[in-house]
Design a protein around this ligand. Structure first.
Ligand code: PLP
Length: 390
């Protein structure tokens, strides 16, 4: 009999979600918006230490609203991390603007300040500055914010921080998501906490978030009759789903601790395999370790990542490659790309060598042992370079 599948990252309910949903039903707040939405927004704003938060139907919608609020249109360019999920950049296309992709650096796998600086210098020479820079915090690891923020300030380009994967992470004591003009979170089913689907736009600019709420509810003018002067969207979060979010926020810190424990167990058991390099944690930062990720050095590990993923899948274990860089996606063919180093495109190497391991906060010890044993088995039969553990 086939054992239960071990997922990369599956929803982990606390048990209190249904009491908030029940509240919505009892009071008949079965609508977008309502008391659960208000409370959930407050929780996030307080946690991230920003002035305000606006709940949205998805993280993608929140990024789109951020771009709209910054006035991005089809004549503009927007810089974006290349090593990320497609949702970071799809909203650039919604506005008609042109994306420009920025490579990663080694230490965080996130946007390279070196590549960003070259892109900004050239943009200035060309007399066409980007309207925004979308900085992604991959797999819960915050980017090199001091350097990136300094550059964006020097060139006066606003930051949208895509913190969809990094809720609960900190950079030098400051919450992830609070570094840009706007920050974005996602509560999709596979994220560190979930509402099944949903997102959040955060900012210290309270007026801008008022405008975000206006745009997200069809941009209806202040009139008794239905009057509209600009394009709007239907992007707000349901009051039922926000109830799930309220209960999830109460256990966020526990979820971060569990994910970090999962990571540490992998490192303890597999860290001494020659050629296995786990995603580092930048000094002074605290990551939520949403997904445990590592690279397999092809000179030392004979099993390529895709083969490891395939073998694990046969054992009903879900592992995945690292995101395929967006500058390599057919959708973005022809878009400009700035490498960290022309001779070593970091994002492409991470993609070729990277693997994401099952990392759910609800994964049992037994399940993790099974993953570890299977990895040792797959690597062991093809590879003789494992250091003896003393
Ligand atoms: C999940 C994710 C998003 C999008 O969030 P949705 O809520 O699924 O729309 C955006 N950026 C990154 C990096 C993500 O991982």
């Amino acid at each position: 009999m086939m054992t239960e599948r071990i997922f990369l990252s599956s929803p982990h309910m606390s048990g209190k979600e249904q009491s908030y949903i029940e509240e919505a039903f009892t009071t008949n707040w079965i609508a977008p918006l309502g008391p659960n939405v208000d409370a959930f927004e407050r929780q996030i704003a307080d946690y991230v230490e920003v002035a305000d938060a606006a709940a949205t139907s998805s993280g993608t919608a929140a990024i789109h609203l951020a771009l709209e609020l910054l006035g991005v249109s089809k004549v503009d360019t927007v810089f974006c991390s290349t090593l990320t999920f497609i949702a970071s950049a799809n909203p650039i296309l919604y506005t008609g603007a042109t994306p420009v992709f920025i490579d990663s650096e080694e230490k965080t796998w996130n946007m390279s300040p070196v590549a960003l600086e070259r892109a900004l210098v050239q943009a200035k020479q060309n007399g066409k500055m980007p309207k925004a820079v979308i900085i992604v915090n991959l797999y819960g690891q915050t980017a090199m914010m001091d350097e990136l923020v300094a550059l964006c300030e020097e060139y006066s380009v606003p930051i949208i921080e895509d913190a969809a994967e990094s809720l609960g992470s900190y950079y030098k004591g400051k919450p992830s998501g609070s570094f840009g003009k706007f920050g974005v979170f996602s509560f999709n089913g596979n994220k560190i906490i979930t509402t099944s689907g949903g997102g959040m736009l955060v900012s210290n600019d309270v007026e801008a978030l008022k405008q975000a709420r206006f745009l997200a509810t069809q941009a209806r003018d202040a009139a008794v009759h239905y009057q509209h002067s600009i394009v709007g969207y239907n992007y707000r979060l349901s009051n039922i789903l926000a109830g799930v979010g309220r209960a999830q926020m109460e256990v966020l810190n526990e979820r971060v601790k569990s994910r970090r424990a999962v990571f540490n167990r992998y490192v303890n058991e597999l860290g001494n395999i020659n050629g296995f390099d786990f995603m580092p944690e930048l000094e002074g930062t605290y990551g939520n370790r949403w997904l445990t990720t590592l690279t397999l050095n092809p000179e030392k590990v004979k099993t390529p990542p895709y083969e490891l993923i395939e073998e694990l899948s046969k054992e009903n274990i879900e592992a995945r490659p690292v995101w395929k860089p967006l500058h390599l996606q057919p959708l973005f063919e022809g878009c400009k790309f700035y490498a960290h180093d022309e001779n070593d495109v970091v994002s492409e190497r991470l993609f070729k060598q990277g693997v994401c391991l099952p990392s759910g906060s609800n994964m049992t010890l037994e399940q993790q042992k099974k993953v570890i044993e299977n990895i040792k088995h797959v690597i062991g039969v093809n590879n003789f370079s494992i250091h003896s553990a003393e």
